[in-house]
Every structure is written in structure tokens, then in C-alpha cells.
Write a protein that binds this ligand. Structure first.
Ligand code: PLP
Length: 358
């Protein structure tokens, strides 16, 4: 059986070494030694100034919205995982969708201005599949219109734009370290910002709003993560560079083998150092996708329809149609890609897809 992704598990001895440290300290959570060590190693690896490790990527989004003081409309992408939209609603803000750009699959900056009104407070955009949003254009619009920018960087671990970490753009970036992501801590996530005060505020509301044992600055929540999760992160992080290299090889094999048929495969612009988090392919029609999925499933291969449906079609949303996002969502399929997927398996997957085109 080949799934769309497979979680990397470190050698058990590596994890046990950290378990021994936890047993020795008897500190299991509450900003322990391993959480602090992971935060500092992640800051160094990602080259960011402030990083707050939290319980998951959804909580990271909610903290970003809450700490930015948002209460009104947030312009967002309809093409992402459901958490990008549901976090906005969970924080009692209103998502306003703006359609995506056909080439990057990220929010189309050319359509943002038309969606802005006096209630608009921020843009929440996803670097979908780890493909960077149009950072310059979004930055310009946000400055001109006085909007905050939050990037959902859940897919973008390790991605760089012009040599700089993708997480150094916008006011806040959020990350997910869920077991299905390029870097994981089983469950987990982080908030990144250059603003020191904002970082302090996020760190405080992550921990019930504590400012010392008996003082509370504001309403907080429990978004902490544990020493056990941090330990997994410390075991996985040293391998990440290598996983990205392995993923690159797999992506290149897919691209080589799928060139002759009528399928659109991803390309990133040249300023980007990509992490190969996903390998999405766009079929000519939804029926072609469904046919391919059926035959692949018969061969015990399980790609996933990331991201379907387009989020403006969620049952709890009333939105204008988003023609590009709805069309892409129907035709896009993520093929298996993970650190130890063999070239033989990649060839098998490509052969199965290609046979449908002969
Ligand atoms: C995975 C993901 C999230 C949610 O992260 P969790 O850690 O699972 O809560 C949010 N946004 C996007 C785009 C994601 O892919």
C-alpha cells in the first residue's frame, strides 16, 4: 500500500535518549527544556527571530488572528486546507474569499483591492503546497490599504524566497508540524513574527495569559505543547535537509515521466528554493482525475484530493463563486511523495496514469 505521504519515524534509540531526559527532569510540559531547545533550533534552522511552538497549526492560526486583534473581515484564499477558513470563523471574524492565481494556486493579488472595504482588517493567505504567494504584490497592497498580513505557512517548512526564509514575510506566519507535514512533531505548530512585542503576547496567551505565577495579562488559552512532542521534533529536525533532497528526486522523476501526457505538473518560479512538500498534478477534467484515482486505488495506491472542495463551497459559508479555485479543486490530485518512496514505485504510479492516456 502506498499512501500520499508517510510519516518519518526516527530510530527508536534516538527518541529513547530524550525520554530518559524527560524521566530525569520529571518535567513533562510547561515550557520545559526540550520545548525551549526545539524553539531555539527551529529559529536557527529557519532563520527567524521569534518562534512560538504551539500544540498544532490550527491553534497557531487562531493565536495569530487573536493576537493581531482582528474582529472584522479577513481576505483569504478559497484554495487551502479547511483550517485556514475555519480558524477565521472560530475567532468570530468573517472570511472574504478572493480567487486564486492559476499559476501559483495562491491568492490572486490582482483581485484583492476589489474585495477591500472599511471592515477589512487583514489578509490571510496560504503558501499552498509550499508555493510562495506573490509576496511583493501582497506586501504592497497591505501597506497601501493598512491591512495586516498573516501567511498560513503550514506547507512551507524550509522554503526560501530570494535566499530569505519565507516566514520572514508578512506580519505573522503560522506553521503546522502535524505528522503529515515535511517536518513534524506528531502534533504541533508554531507562530513566527519579527515583532518582539507581538511574539511576547502570543507566548503569553498560549499559556492562559500568565505573566508570572499569579498574574494574568489577558484572556488566554492552553496552546502549549509537551516535552514528548518537542523530543520528536528534535529527532526529526536533523534529517529534514535530506528528506527535502529525497523529495526533490521523487518530484523530478514524476515530472520526467509525466511530460508526454496532458497533465499539468508543478513548477516554481526561479527565486524560490522549494521543499517538495507535495506533488500536485492537474488533470484536464474531473472525470480524468476520478478515472486515475480509481485505477490507482485498485493498485493499492492512495493519492489524495488536496484540496477539495474549494473552501467557498463549505456548507457553513455563503460566498460568491470562485471560478478558478473551484475548477482547480475539481481537477487536482496530490500524488504520493515522501522521504523513502522508491523510484520503482514512482515509475509504477506514472505507468498506471499514462496507460489511461493511451
Ligand atoms: C495542516 C494544515 C493546517 C492545520 O494544521 P494542524 O497542525 O493539523 O492543526 C492549517 N493550514 C493548512 C494549509 C494545513 O495544511
Amino acid at each position: 500500500m502506498i499512501n500520499v505521504t508517510k510519516t518519518y519515524l526516527p530510530p527508536l534509540e534516538d527518541y529513547t535518549k530524550y525520554l530518559k531526559m524527560i524521566w530525569a527532569s520529571n518535567q513533562l510540559t510547561n515550557n520545559g527544556q526540550l520545548v525551549q531547545e526545539l524553539e531555539s533550533k527551529l529559529k536557527e534552522y529557519l532563520r527567524v527571530e521569534n518562534l512560538i511552538y504551539v500544540s498544532n497549526g490550527t491553534m497557531a492560526l487562531q493565536l495569530a488572528i487573536k493576537a493581531s486583534g482582528l474582529t472584522g473581515e479577513i481576505i483569504t484564499t478559497p484554495f487551502s486546507y479547511v483550517a485556514t477558513t475555519s480558524s477565521i470563523l472560530w475567532e468570530k471574524c468573517t472570511p472574504v474569499f478572493v480567487d486564486i492565481d492559476e499559476s501559483t494556486l495562491c491568492i490572486d493579488p490582482g483581485l484583492i483591492e476589489d474585495a477591500v472595504n472599511p471592515r477589512t482588517e487583514a489578509i490571510l493567505a496560504t503558501h499552498v503546497y509550499g508555493f510562495p504567494c506573490n509576496l511583493d504584490a501582497i506586501g504592497d497592497i497591505a501597506r497601501a490599504m493598512g491591512l495586516k498580513v498573516i501567511y498560513d505557512g503550514s506547507h512551507a517548512f524550509g522554503v526560501k524566497y530570494l535566499g530569505d526564509s519565507i516566514f520572514n514575510f508578512g506580519d505573522i506566519s503560522t506553521l503546522s508540524f502535524h505528522a503529515t507535514k515535511v517536518f513534524h512533531t506528531v502534533e504541533g505548530g508554531a507562530v513566527v513574527t519579527k515583532d518582539k512585542e507581538l511574539a511576547h503576547r502570543i507566548s503569553s496567551i498560549r499559556n492562559f495569559g500568565h505573566e508570572g505565577p499569579e498574574a494574568f495579562s489577558e484572556i488566554g488559552i492552553n496552546a502549549k505543547n509537551s516535552e514528548f512532542h518537542a523530543a520528536m521534533g528534535l529527532c526529526v529536525l536533523p534529517g529534514v535537509e535530506n528528506f527535502i533532497k529525497e523529495r526533490k528526486k521523487i518530484a523530478e522523476t514524476y515530472s520526467d515521466m509525466l511530460t508526454e501526457i496532458n497533465i499539468v505538473t508543478p513548477t516554481c518560479y526561479k527565486e524560490v528554493s522549494y521543499n517538495y512538500a507535495y506533488y500536485p498534478v492537474i488533470f484536464s477534467t474531473e472525470n480524468a482525475l476520478i478515472d486515475a484515482l480509481k485505477v490507482l486505488n485498485e493498485n493499492y495506491i492512495y493519492p489524495r484530493r488536496y484540496f477539495y472542495p474549494s473552501l467557498n463551497k463549505l456548507p457553513y459559508i455563503g460566498s460568491k463563486p470562485m471560478p478558478v479555485s473551484e475548477d482547480i479543486a475539481k481537477r487536482i490530485l496530490c500524488l504520493p511523495i515522501f522521504h523513502d518512496l522508491s523510484v520503482t514505485d514512482v515509475r509504477l504510479i506514472c505507468d498506471i496514469i499514462k496507460q489511461l492516456y493511451i
